[in-house]
Design a protein around this ligand. Structure first.
Ligand SMILES: [Fe+2]
Length: 173
């Protein structure tokens, strides 16, 4: 991808863009209840669904029992993503090639093939292309002399803020 690796992570870490970039995924996820939980070196985004689509069959003692969870998106600092769907696990490994080129590797572990084409974990290739398209355009945008960093959204960008805080901590800036 022709973009900086951190922009790929930024994009992954916020659900803000879902209604604007991922039309199909947005019809599955309940944007209003999309949630981010921040831990020390990782964070979790939970995608709930508003329809009777494919969801996790969670045991009674699970913290999310009774909720319609269609995806758990775990990000581990600085460059790994573990995406859990009812069909299994998809891992993204983000490798910087140079300042504006990035290689993303995808590794899938299928637990239940019958659910592969259902819910938030379906059509991942399309969602990925949609993300790459916007991230490459963000790369152009941040290089523009008109670009100025804005504030983080406290409700939609906790994950991006977490990432940037960790980056500045590790770079001592
Ligand atoms: Fe996306």
């Amino acid at each position: 991808m022709h973009a900086n690796w951190a922009l790929y992570c930024d994009n992954y870490l916020e659900g803000f863009h879902i209604p604007f970039v991922h039309e199909d995924l947005n019809s599955i996820l309940d944007y209003g209840s999309y949630k981010t939980e921040v831990y020390e070196y990782c964070n979790l985004q939970i995608g709930y669904t508003d329809e009777a689509t494919e969801v996790f069959n969670l045991p009674e003692d699970h913290i999310d029992y009774g909720k319609n969870v269609s995806a758990y998106y775990y990000w581990v600092f600085p460059n790994m993503m573990f995406n859990f769907y009812p069909w299994g696990l998809s891992i993204n490994v983000v490798k910087p090639l140079d300042i504006n080129r990035t290689k993303v590797s995808f590794i899938s572990y299928v637990y239940d093939p019958s659910k592969l084409n259902e819910g938030a974990g379906s059509a991942l290739e399309k969602v990925e292309r949609e993300d790459e398209f916007v991230v490459e355009n963000v790369q152009k945008g941040v290089r523009s002399s008109f670009y100025k960093a804005g504030r983080f959204s406290p409700t939609r960008e906790q994950g991006v803020h977490h990432f940037h805080t960790l980056i500045s901590k590790f770079l001592n800036i």
